[in-house]
Each structure stands twice: as C-alpha cells, then as structure tokens.
Design a protein around this ligand. Sequence first.
Ligand code: ARG
Length: 281
Amino acid sequence: MRMPTPPISRAYLMCPPDHFGVQYAINPWMDPGRPVDSERAGTQWRELREVLKELGHVVVQAPARRGLPDMVFTANAATVIDGRVLVATFRCPQRAGESALFEHWFRENGYQPVARARGVNEGQGDHLVANGMILAGHGLRTDSSSHEETSSYFGLPVVGLTLTDPRFFHLDTALAVLNEREIMYYPGAFSPQSLRVLRSLFPDSLEADDADAAVFGLNAISDGRRVVLPAAATGLAQRLAQRGFEPIPVEVEELLKAGGGPKCCVLDLRTPPTTRTPVPV
Ligand code: ARG
C-alpha cells in the first residue's frame, strides 16, 4: 500500500434541495414522469453535508430559489481557483437563472475578482484542477471555445477532454481528482484522443469499470485521503482502499434521478469566504 497524501481541509458551497425536483430532462438520467421523494432527497443531502463537516471541512450555503430545481448542484455554479471566481454560463435555458444568483452570492461573500463566463462554461462540473492544470470537459455541456477564456482568467493551462457518452455529461461525472497526482476516471466516457492524453498525463490513475461508473461512482469528493462517493459504487470503494484512500459511502439515489451525485452537490471553494456574512452551517 502506498502512503496517501494527508487530507486537506476544504470549504464547500452547498445549496439545500428546498426546490429540488425533476421538472425537465436535460440529461439522460432525468425523467419528469418518475417521482422524486423530496423528503428522502433532503435527508440524503443533509447526510452528505454532515459527513463533510465530520471530516473537518467547512460547509457554507447559498439559498435555494423556487423554479430552479437544479440549483442544489452547486458544482456548476462557478469555477473557483485561489479565490478567483468565474461564474458559470449554462448551456440549457432551464438553468440560466442560477448564474445571477450565484454571482450575487460570491460578491456578497467577499470574493474577488468575480466575473461571468462569456462562453458556455458549467463551472467546476467541467473544470477540475490537478497538478497545476485545469482539466476541462467539453462536448456535452461546456463549449471548447470557452477554454481560452478560462485559461487566461486563471493563468493556468487548460487540458481539453472530449466527453462522448451523454450519461456522463459533465467531467465530474466521469473523473475525480484524488490528490495532486492521482485521478480516477471512467475510460468509456472519453474520446480515444482524450483517453490518450489522460493516460499520458496520469499514468498511475485508477480506471473505473462500467458498473461503478453507471452508479456515478466517479462523482466523488476527495480531500487527498478520504473519498466521499455513492454507496452503490462498491467495487470502486474497494479499489480506493487498496490504494490507501479511505472510501466514505453516501446514499444519493434521489439526487441521481436528476443526474447528480455527491460531487455535483458541492463546489470546492478551497478556502472559506473571507467575510461579512460567512454562514458556516
Ligand atoms: N440536472 C443537472 C443538469 O443536468 C445535473 C447537474 C449535475 N452536476 C454536475 N456537476 N455533474 O445540469
């Protein structure tokens, strides 16, 4: 077994599922005809929040808004790196109203600079930082034409990765950064060319199988040692443990009806808001 890196205490932005539901279908998981148990969704979301707090992380909340049922998936609110915030511009009109609300939240909470993406860019759902690079998923939601803007805003290289399977419509549904050097991903979600890029940049990564990917196992939150992931991804949990990580399973079936898992419900702010009204919960 290898020595894992020590856990890093993080700050996560979450939004309660007060108005969560499946009212439209913008990904293959969503079926407005299939009922969501709102109470259970609330319980699963709160359990995730408690798990993160028990692990020593700070959780802050943005208020939910009626009519924006996907707002619970704060990973899509923005990309935040070293306190710089690039607020998302959504592909689908159903989520477009979220941008102004999240932009307001970041300004109110002392973040600077805060800008709205000019190109279609669905935030941390498609932008994950590893080894000083921004891994950027595109093809299904975020536009590759937005990569240049993202790279110059953050002053970091962007590695574009083409997503090809509509079930894995954001990068964070098919790839998770475990620590600065190690990632795990589902090969079936990427174009052959992007797979070559991943394999050469991260030769020692964990490649997930179909069964674990199909239950959103890659939609995981890692602090460098503990990895919070859907409970159904049992094979992946075992493989993570073999690598020296500590898998922390959480139930997320109700959220999965909208195409969301643990990672979709958090935006990694890295450090807590500086100010005025920090509302750790
Ligand atoms: N229903 C949401 C959508 O289709 C799910 C978002 C999942 N978020 C994520 N970061 N993968 O936009």
